[in-house]
Every structure is written in C-alpha cells, then in structure tokens.
Design a binder for this molecule. Structure first.
Ligand code: HPA
Length: 250
C-alpha cells in the first residue's frame, strides 16, 4: 500500500474518499495524527498529516519515528512525502515542483533512528540514494504523462528550524550543493529507509530562500502564497496521475 505524508499546505486531501481512520499506537508514541484510510482513483491509500490536523506540530517536535512506524505497521510499502521548501538554486521560483534526488542533513537533537540499545546487531543502512529511485521514476513518469512541469533531481537540505535560515547559512548550504531547503525531510527519509519503505518526495517551493531573490531583505512568504498553492495543486495532480496510471494497470 502507498501512503501520502502531507506537509505544510496539505493537511487534508479533498480527492480522498475517506473510508476509515487508524488510531495507531507505536512503541515510539502516537503519530502526528490518526492515519486516514481512503480511496483515490480506485487505489486504497493512507494519508498522514505530518504536522497534525490542524497544523500545530513544529518540524523539530514531530515524532518522525512514530509516523514511520505507524505507516509500516499499517502495511505501507511506499511513501510519497510532500514538503514545502525554500528555493536556493536558480530557476526555482515559488510554485516550482521538484522531485529531489539528494539530501544534506543539518538537523540535530531529533530521534533519528530505530537503532537503539535493544537491537541484537547494529545495521548500517545504505543511503547513497536517499530517495527511492523506482518511486522517483514513477512520479516523474506520471508528471510527464500528465503534462505537469516538475524538476527532475536536486539536493534537499534539511535544517533544524523552526526559525528560517540566515542569508549566510543559505550561502553555506549552496556551497555544500543544496538546491532546496526544508525542515522535515530528515530524519523522515532515513527512518523510512530503515523501515524498508520506498520513500520519494514532491517538494514545492514556497519562497526564495533567505538572502535570495525576493527574500534579499527578509524571507518573503506572504507574497508567494498564491504561487505556492498552485504548486501544491500541481504536486497533488502528479500523485493523482500516478494513482490513475496504477489503477489502469499502466
Ligand atoms: N527554509 C526552510 N524551510 C522552509 C523554507 C525555507 O526557506 N520555506 C519553506 N520551508
């Protein structure tokens, strides 16, 4: 089964025909919200609001382990994660949709692994390609088939938040090779890999990152809201196209 993790600007999905709700409990605590079970284009899936519904859990306070464990325990094998990001690289204005292929992790003080003192043997998961290549291809293929513009590839930098970055921090991220910056991709992606889930991201640019473009003086979020909403709608269309293709046996 596929799960959708909705981020900022995507707490509920109107296209989802809700059939139930799972109040999951895990050894790590409760996930951000009950898992919503539903049908889209004839496909059964689970939806999880990463920040809770209503949106109230800040990025550094999200129980990522509970979220991923709850999805795994519910039978999920693939996760499409939506993320709102700041654009660092040129050519990524607000509203752009990106399917990233790399991650840089600047988060700290988060519960970031399922490997704890109780494991029999320490496993070092491979994380060379942090986003599942097959699921990425499926998303890109669905976007191409539906005529929706998405950028193929890019490196997502995960920062601790909840504050936005300084312009100097963004310059450092850029030197490090980051194209996008967000606050939730890690440890989410790594935990998904540890749990054996195929994980890919649809990142939607909400603003120019600090010090860039419209955010030269201060991060310009409000002015970009309409373009972000349009980008989110496009990203949901990509997912719909993927589900329709799978329902049609494509
Ligand atoms: N920085 C970090 N996270 C974000 C941003 C940003 O500029 N925009 C949306 N999420």
């Amino acid at each position: 089964m596929l799960a959708v993790i909705g981020g900022s600007g995507f707490n509920r999905w109107d296209a989802l025909h809700v059939t139930g709700s799972v109040d999951a409990a895990t050894p790590y605590g409760a996930p951000s919200a009950p898992l919503t079970r539903g049908l889209v284009a004839g496909c059964e899936l689970l939806f999880l609001a990463r920040h809770g519904d209503p949106h109230r859990i800040a990025p550094h306070l999200i129980n990522y382990r509970a979220n991923i464990a709850a999805l795994r325990d519910a039978g999920v094998r693939r996760v499409v994660a939506f993320a709102s990001v700041g654009g660092i690289a040129a050519g990524l204005p607000a509203g752009s949709v990106v399917v990233p292929d790399g991650i840089l992790d600047y988060t700290h003080s988060r519960e970031h692994t399922f490997v704890d003192a109780n494991v029999d043997a320490v496993a070092h998961i491979d994380f060379t390609h942090p986003f599942d290549p097959a699921l990425r291809e499926q998303l890109l293929g669905a976007a191409a088939g539906a005529g929706i513009a998405v950028r193929d590839g890019g490196t997502y930098a995960a920062t601790q938040g909840p504050r936005l970055e300084s312009a100097a921090e963004i310059r450092r991220l850029e030197r490090d090779g980051a194209d996008l910056v967000g606050m939730t991709g890690m440890p989410e992606a790594a935990l998904a890999r540890e749990a054996g889930l195929a994980y890919a991201m649809l990142a939607v640019v909400a603003n120019d990152a600090a010090g860039k473009g419209d955010s030269a003086a201060a991060v310009a979020l409000e002015g970009a809201q309409a373009r972000f909403d349009a980008g989110m709608a496009s990203a949901r269309e990509v997912l719909l196209a993927l589900l329709r293709a799978e329902a049609g046996g494509a």
